[in-house]
Design a protein around this ligand. Structure first.
Ligand code: BTN
Length: 254
């Protein structure tokens, strides 16, 4: 898979930028810039976002010029809408491998797709799919990876960066290129192997931890993630509980 990487200084959100770029009438962008004109996937990287989007209503804090804030436009036409969780799996696995290659020893995936080190979040992913019938036509994968930022000011819970963990500056361009290579490889994996790589990295698989759903708090551990992306927890009574996105919260001490 080839990537066309566009670096920009500032935008509101790279996800929004990429969507506008794709929707711009053809004459406004240079000939050959559209991904459908080749096998290239467009990647936009911003030094700073004025309104970076997090999941739900959250915003995404990132100090200017310190981290990686970027979005990748994928055309996963071979993935039907009910298999869209594969995109999350491929991106999460590729991120874990890349972050570890740059000196952070043990990453894990907090379902559905936050990348954690211990109980702290090093990377967030915001995937926005555009469906065409039951097929994913385009997928904008927005990634915020904390790299060289030494202090976090917002009220985001438990952030952490590579520099806080390794004590040294990381070359952001090398990190980006390593991730794009890892993503290409992950996308080529057989679905079973990719699912296994994703599940083997899940956060809170061993031990019992506090969770909360619409009925209140309880203790459980992560047992599995189904192919459609739903989370399976095993509670203290040995009962499996199955959740869709946003139906359950991990309770994490700060
Ligand atoms: C989360 O809340 O965990 C998701 C955070 C996603 C942040 C990234 S930064 C690049 C891209 N552009 C955005 O506006 N958001 C994503």
């Amino acid at each position: 898979m080839e990537f066309k990487v566009i670096h920009i200084d500032e935008t509101d959100s790279t996800n929004r930028w990429l969507r506008a770029y794709m929707q711009a009438p053809r004459p406004l962008v240079p000939e050959g810039s559209y991904p459908e004109s080749g096998e290239q996937a467009v990647v936009v990287v911003a030094e700073y976002q004025t309104a970076g989007k997090g999941c739900g209503e959250n915003s995404w804090e990132s100090e200017r010029g310190k981290n990686l804030t970027f979005s990748v436009l994928l055309h996963p036409t071979e993935i039907s809408a009910n298999c869209q969780f594969r995109i999350s799996e491929a991106v999460s696995v590729a991120l874990c491998e890349t972050i570890e290659r740059f000196g952070v020893p043990k990453t894990s995936i907090k379902w559905p797709n936050d990348i954690y080190v211990g109980d702290r979040k090093i990377c967030g992913i915001l995937i926005e799919n555009m469906l065409w019938g039951r097929i994913i036509d385009e997928s904008i994968v927005g990634i915020g990876l904390n790299v060289n930022q030494k202090a976090f000011l917002s009220d985001a819970p438990n952030p952490v960066s590579i520099i806080q963990l390794t004590g040294k500056e990381t070359d952001r361009e090398a990190l980006l290129q390593a991730f794009l290579k890892a993503l290409s490889e992950a996308k080529e994996m057989e679905p079973e192997a990719l699912g296994e790589a994703y599940r083997s990295r899940l956060y809170r698989k061993v031990g019992m931890y506090p969770f909360r759903d619409s009925k209140g708090g309880f203790e459980a551990k992560v047992l599995d993630v189904l192919d459609d992306g739903r989370l399976v927890l095993l509670d203290a009574e040995g009962k499996a509980r199955i959740y869709s996105f946003k139906e359950v919260a991990f309770i994490i001490e700060n």
